[in-house]
Design a protein around this ligand. Structure first.
Ligand code: NDP
Length: 448
């Protein structure tokens, strides 16, 4: 073990001891830190200035009570969070997640990942994440509105277009963004569009934001499959987990470029449609009916539904995990390899466990980590902020721009992996490329 790997292991242990029980945060830290020794070796100023120790400690962590009244007149209490992880490159930027599984460790893992992802975009954004253990599923529109208003009433004083700019994530789509922005505007008496992104294009959003994460993941996957296997996605068979925002638009773009998506899922089960998943039906079910994916069978009688099924058991060439963290485990990775899968590209944040990633790397499967592959969403958010700063004039943001940004991120990961002697190791490439950009800014600012 080199001195630098010993240093990194000891830093990791100190952070784990200081943040007990935050397993997802520990996992995200481990995945990054285990790849950083070579860059510490090459550039000793990072270790000397304790950049890693500083980078792993969030700048601020806000936890607050969110009381609201349900439709039966009962008072409900949830917990809200907002982590400002790193502002070396710009205001805190990252989504809000409303899901019953949300805990402080979930927030910190997501905000930590966001640090590297946002740096990879090359745009002026720092990192943050927030959310609540509130479950929007099964709630009426009025209940969701009252919850969002209470959440924003507690949080608004910490936000601002130059301070901290939230967006959506699991459980937070355009409906929730509307209620949150409405309450911010009402309390502050300011129409500060750039304080939140993922807005509807009618009131300050960009038309492509809600598609950008899914589209971007496919653009990244396309480049990666070319670079690693010298192949095209056209005519490949794909499976995409989840059926929310990221999954839907990944499926749409895969279809447009000629791949065939035969399966998607939600947390209850898996839909298989050998004719190709009909994305318009998925959008209708999820955004209009707000129903379970099983409802797909009402529209497509040839399709099959497996209650509680595992999407990774379905043979495919390309797999895109687009649902949630740790949804793809070692046994799933082994099954995918056995079934001939050639590429796995993460639309979700940290969906593959470290054991699963090891399998892909050992077997020569092209593997695109979420912090690089799903950066299209936050990149388009940064452009939405720029658009808002111009008060809506003279700004054009197109799908071509998103494509360019994703190709640039892909190239950056590839070049960095090659520089450190590990060609096609996108995990190492993404971690080191993102780290260097943030670390260099932190060095320039002195001890803060
Ligand atoms: P959504 O809430 O729109 O969709 C999440 C989807 O995942 C739902 O279909 C949900 O099903 C499904 N899901 C959740 N848990 C499981 C599970 N255990 N097994 C199978 N399906 C599951 O969220 P997003 O699409 O916005 O986010 C998905 C992932 O992408 C997250 O990891 C998020 O952090 C990441 N991401 C999102 C970005 C964005 O722009 N939205 C940007 C970058 C990353 P159900 O309805 O049953 O819960």
């Amino acid at each position: 073990m080199s001195t630098h790997s010993e240093t990194v292991s000891s830093i990791y242990q100190q952070i784990v001891d200081r943040n007990p029980g935050e397993n997802e945060f520990h996992q995200a830290l481990y995945e990054v830190l285990e790849t950083l020794s070579p860059v510490l070796e090459k550039q000793p100023e990072y270790a000397k200035n304790k950049i890693i120790e500083r980078l792993c400690e969030p700048e601020r962590q806000i936890i607050f009570r969110v009381p609201w009244e349900d439709d039966n007149g009962e008072i409900q209490i949830n917990r809200g969070y907002r982590i400002g992880f790193n502002s070396a490159l710009g205001p805190y930027k990252g989504g809000l997640r409303f899901h019953p599984s949300v805990k402080i460790g979930t927030m910190k893992f997501l905000a930590f990942e966001q640090t590297f992802k946002n740096a990879l975009t090359g745009l002026p954004i720092g990192s943050g994440k927030g959310g609540s253990d509130f479950d929007p599923k099964g709630k009426s529109d009025n209940e969701v509105m009252r919850f969002c208003q209470s959440f924003m009433t507690a949080l608004y004083r910490h936000l601002g277009e130059n301070t901290d700019v939230p967006a959506g994530d699991i459980g937070v789509g355009s409906r929730e963004i509307g209620y949150l922005f409405g309450q911010y505007k009402r309390i502050t008496q300011r129409y500060e569009s750039g304080v939140i992104t993922g807005k509807s294009p009618q009131w300050g959003g960009t038309w492509i934001r809600h598609k950008a994460t899914g589209y971007g993941a496919v653009f990244f996957c396309e480049e990666m499959v070319r670079a690693v296997h010298n192949e095209e996605l056209k005519d490949k068979v794909a499976v995409v987990s989840g059926s929310g925002n990221v999954a839907t638009y990944a499926m749409e773009k895969l279809r447009v470029i000629g791949a065939k998506v035969i399966a998607c899922s939600d947390s209850s089960g898996v839909i298989i449609d050998r004719n190709g998943i009909d994305v318009d039906t998925v959008i209708h079910i999820k955004e209009v009916e707000r129903a379970r994916i099983k409802t797909y069978l009402d529209f497509h009688h040839d399709a099959e539904y497996i209650d509680g099924g595992n999407i990774w058991d379905i043979p495919c060439d390309i797999a895109l995990p687009c649902a949630t963290q740790n949804e793809l485990q070692q046994a799933d990775a082994i099954t995918l390899v056995k079934n001939g899968c050639i590429a796995v590209c993460e639309g979700a944040n940290m969906p593959s466990t470290p054991d699963a990633i090891k399998v892909f790397q050992q077997e020569g499967i092209a593997f695109g980590p979420g912090k690089a592959a799903n950066a299209g969403g936050v990149a388009s958010s940064a452009l939405e902020m720029q658009h808002n700063a111009t008060h809506g004039s003279g700004f054009e943001y197109s799908e071509e721009r998103l494509h360019e940004i994703m190709n640039h991120i892909h190239r950056d990961c590839c070049d960095t992996a090659e520089e450190f002697g590990e060609p096609h190791n996108y995990v190492l490439g993404a971690n080191i490329a993102g780290f260097r950009r943030v670390a260099n800014a932190m060095l320039a600012f002195g001890i803060i």
